[in-house]
Write a protein that binds this ligand. Structure first.
Ligand code: ADP
Length: 259
């Protein structure tokens, strides 16, 4: 479990996290909130990229202030927004192998991890391609593979579907679902309320560096989201009009209205 306890953080003199607490277990926790509310700053605390000015973060009991990012990234993988800017190797294989090689693993073990990670994101067979030749969705999945090869228990995904077309988005969503099934704990930063509805087990809402909601998805969507500049998914608007209660998909609506 990751435990964030009363974390405060300032850039220079400006406080942008003001006493945030939360936990992340084997689940998909959606982290949402307006631009500038502190989502990325908070997420960077999970693998020690940032350390709290006050409060603390424990990753399976390890206090992030007492461990390096290198140590923590074996536990918490961070997939950045626009990950293609991070690629620097000539081939997909080398890109995914980079992290495990730095762990000092044997060549056989590195290869085993690369094949496994590429398989997990549906990129088996892409080993010799150059990262730049991949489509948007494939690049996003490659970025996830790079992090998975470190075998982290937890993952931070920062806007993993932004800018992707429908098909690419679906492929990334399927990968995220399979990661949950494998027992990873996932912090999902997103603006996309459809994605929250489809994937999240729980939602944390930030505003102005403070946590203003933490609870189940159903309770989150019962909030007045406009107040936070967020839009309710179409599926839920339709469900309200048909008075069928909380649903996640159109199929569920259909099942409830059919006699
Ligand atoms: P979000 O991810 O919710 O959009 P951020 O965590 O990126 O929010 O930013 C929170 C606040 O901190 C914003 O006001 C932003 O301008 C500020 N901020 C983010 N990164 C830096 C930085 N490196 N230096 C100074 N201020 C920053």
């Amino acid at each position: 479990m990751i435990t964030v306890e009363d974390v405060h953080f300032s850039y220079g003199g400006r406080e942008v996290l003001r006493g945030v607490s939360l936990t992340l277990d084997q689940e998909i926790l959606a982290l949402v909130g307006p631009n500038g509310s502190g989502k990325t700053t908070l997420a960077k605390h999970l693998n020690g990229l940032l350390k709290p000015t006050r409060g603390r973060v424990l990753v399976d009991g390890m206090d992030t202030r007492e461990h390096t990012v290198a140590e923590l990234s074996r536990k918490v993988g961070y997939v950045f927004q626009n990950p293609e800017h991070m690629f620097f190797e000539e081939t997909v294989f080398k890109e995914v192998a980079f992290g495990p090689k730095n762990l000092g693993l044997s060549e056989a073990e590195v290869e085993e991890r690369v094949r496994w990670a590429l398989g997990a994101v549906g990129l088996g067979g892409f080993e010799e391609r150059t990262p730049y030749s991949l489509s948007g969705g494939e690049k996003q999945r490659l970025a996830i593979a790079c992090v998975l090869a470190m075998r982290p228990k937890y993952l931070v995904l920062d806007e993993p579907t932004t800018g992707l077309d429908w098909k690419a988005e679906r492929s990334v969503v399927e990968v995220i679902k399979s990661l949950r099934e494998r027992g990873h704990g996932i912090l999902l930063i997103t603006h996309d309320m459809d994605l929250v509805l489809e994937l999240a087990d729980r939602v944390v809402l930030l505003r102005g560096g403070r946590k203003v909601f933490d609870g189940p998805v159903e309770d989150f969507f019962a909030l007045n989201l406009e107040e936070y500049g967020l839009e309710k998914p179409e599926v839920l608007l339709l469900a309200e009009r048909l008075n069928v209660g909380f649903v996640r998909t159109v199929d569920e609506i259909v099942r409830r209205v059919r006699p």
